[in-house]
Ligand binder design. Structure first.
Ligand code: ZN
Length: 160
């Protein structure tokens, strides 16, 4: 069975950045399960996997545009420190969920002053070239429920 839209695909992968640092890997664990054609994984990787079969291995270089996008200045904001009432020590690197016009989004603190806190809502990998070492472990038909939800269930997928 080939990787195609509406198939559940299980992949083993190792993700490294342009410096060769390993950012994420399924090695030694369960493969990742995703529903193909639904944008569950970055577009560059999804496109590269189309038509592949179990056992196929490849290295895929994904540009920021086909990955997590380019950093967006508008997602970096300086906000009043008193918005963080009840949190005593705000430090660079802390993560929060923020209400934005696009819904709840994770942001990371990038600067702190007496009056303000700078938060960045860009994906941590925005602007990065991603190198995926990927192997197709399994391809199967999606269930009705998976198609309805737009993601894979079971091992390596969503549990709920
Ligand atoms: Zn679901």
């Amino acid at each position: 069975m080939q990787v195609a839209d509406n198939k559940v695909v299980l992949i083993h992968y190792t993700l490294t950045n342009a410096d060769g640092e390993v950012l994420d890997s399924s090695a030694g664990g369960e493969p990742l399960a995703y529903l193909h054609g639904k944008g569950n994984i970055v577009p560059g990787l999804e496109n590269a996997l189309t038509g592949k079969q179990v056992g196929d291995k490849q290295q895929v270089e994904v540009s920021p545009e086909e990955g997590y996008g380019l950093p967006n200045e508008e997602l970096i904001q300086e906000v009043e420190r008193n918005l963080f009432d009840g949190i005593d020590n705000i430090e660079v690197g802390m993560q929060f969920m923020a209400q934005t016009p696009w819904g709840e989004q994770p942001v990371v603190v990038t600067a702190v002053s007496d009056e303000t806190v700078t938060v960045d809502g860009n994906h941590p990998l925005a602007g990065e070239v991603l190198n995926f070492d990927v192997e197709v472990a399994e391809v199967r038909d999606a269930s009705e429920e998976e198609l309805e939800h737009g993601h894979a269930h079971g091992a390596g997928g969503h549990h709920h």
